[in-house]
Design a protein around this ligand. Structure first.
Ligand code: AHZ
Length: 309
């Protein structure tokens, strides 16, 4: 049967894509004709580059100074949280603050510098939703390279128009407000360039910046130079008595515990991922990442309850 392409939306779309591909190939071919002789980029003045970057960055700082949700830490849990939130609520302003230059935390490799990433079922549902291919090994699945998971997740998160990642920026403190019952709620974060945060001991007068938000989701990983940041601050703020401290490795109990315990630890502060193991004294799971993805899904659901009320 002959189908007129103009009559079929699928064929029309396919024709469009093919045309775009042809155009790109054609222009690359033209470019190749000029290698070595008069190759020319379009002209630019240096200040245009500077303004193109800084104008956008400062507009973002202005826009996200009042956010709906701040996610602290762009590891596997924080990025999974952001992905679910971005999909569910394009109307919310979501800022991600990541101390490192490179977002992704420990999820660029599967474990001990090996490439493959293991996720136990049912976390395969998250991979399927994301569109990351995997090999099915029965009770668990394997992504051929952890970087495929992290780069796919990152590219989807960064494509949401309502999510802004501020990397090379550290959360140095939490904004707090007193509650009616004499407690404390978290109402935002205090930020600084990470390089500045690392030099408070040898430089003075480097006051921070702030972001107000009714919900902060902290996913800063287990204790380390930056890790477990928010929950350690809760102890010094006397909002929790002491940390349980991450326990030894037990994959089975650790992953279940992290997902089960993902919650609002004090009003306004949801904690997910390995940061939680420090609060609750949960085991670590080592190189299995299903709990990070599903803790992110649960953290997003906990946050959305606030905006649905
Ligand atoms: O740079 C940190 C990392 O990218 C970032 N971060 C930490 N403190 C911060 C702060 N401000 C801004 N104060 C901060 N950013 O948080 C990110 C945490 O990522 P992660 O991969 O370390 O944590 P996760 O909980 O998403 O994933 C844990 C992965 C692990 S650890 C582990 C084990 O040790 O057994 N097993 C798994 C699966």
């Amino acid at each position: 049967m002959f189908v007129d392409p103009a009559e079929s939306p699928i064929l029309t779309k396919a024709t469009l894509i093919v045309t775009q591909v042809h155009r790109t190939v054609a222009s690359l071919e033209q470019m190749a004709d000029n290698w070595g002789h008069d190759f020319k980029f379009s002209p630019i003045r240096e200040s245009q580059v500077s303004r193109a970057m800084t104008r956008r960055y400062f507009k973002d700082l202005d826009t996200y100074a009042e956010s709906d949700i701040v996610i602290v830490g762009a590891g596997s849990c924080g990025l999974s949280t952001a992905y679910m939130l971005g999909k569910a609520r394009p109307d919310l302003k979501i800022a991600i603050i990541e101390a490192g230059v490179a977002p992704g935390g420990g999820a660029w490799l599967g474990g001990q510098l090996f490439s493959a990433m293991v996720m136990r079922k049912p976390a395969d549902a998250f991979l399927a939703d994301l569109g990351v291919p995997y090999e099915d090994e029965g009770d668990f699945v394997v992504v051929k390279h952890a970087a495929l998971f992290t780069s796919t997740l990152l590219s989807k998160v960064l494509s949401f128009p309502n999510i802004k990642l501020f990397n090379a920026t550290a959360v140095e403190d939490l904004i707090t407000r007193p509650t009616a019952n004499g407690g404390v709620r978290v109402a935002g974060v205090v930020t600084n360039w990470t390089l500045v945060s690392m030099h408070h001991d040898d430089q003075s007068c480097m006051d921070p910046n702030t972001i107000n938000a009714p919900i902060v989701i902290s996913t800063t990983g287990h204790d380390g130079p930056f890790g477990a940041f928010s929950v350690k601050r809760l102890v010094s703020m006397q909002q929790i008595e002491k940390l349980g401290g991450m326990r030894g490795l037990d994959m089975n109990s650790a992953e279940d515990a992290i997902v089960t315990k993902t919650r609002e630890v004090i009003p306004g502060l949801i904690v997910g991922g390995m940061e939680l193991s420090e609060v609750d004294g949960a085991n670590r799971m080592g190189p299995t990442f299903g709990a990070m993805a599903l803790s992110g899904v649960k953290a997003a659901e906990e946050a959305l309850k606030v905006f649905e009320e």
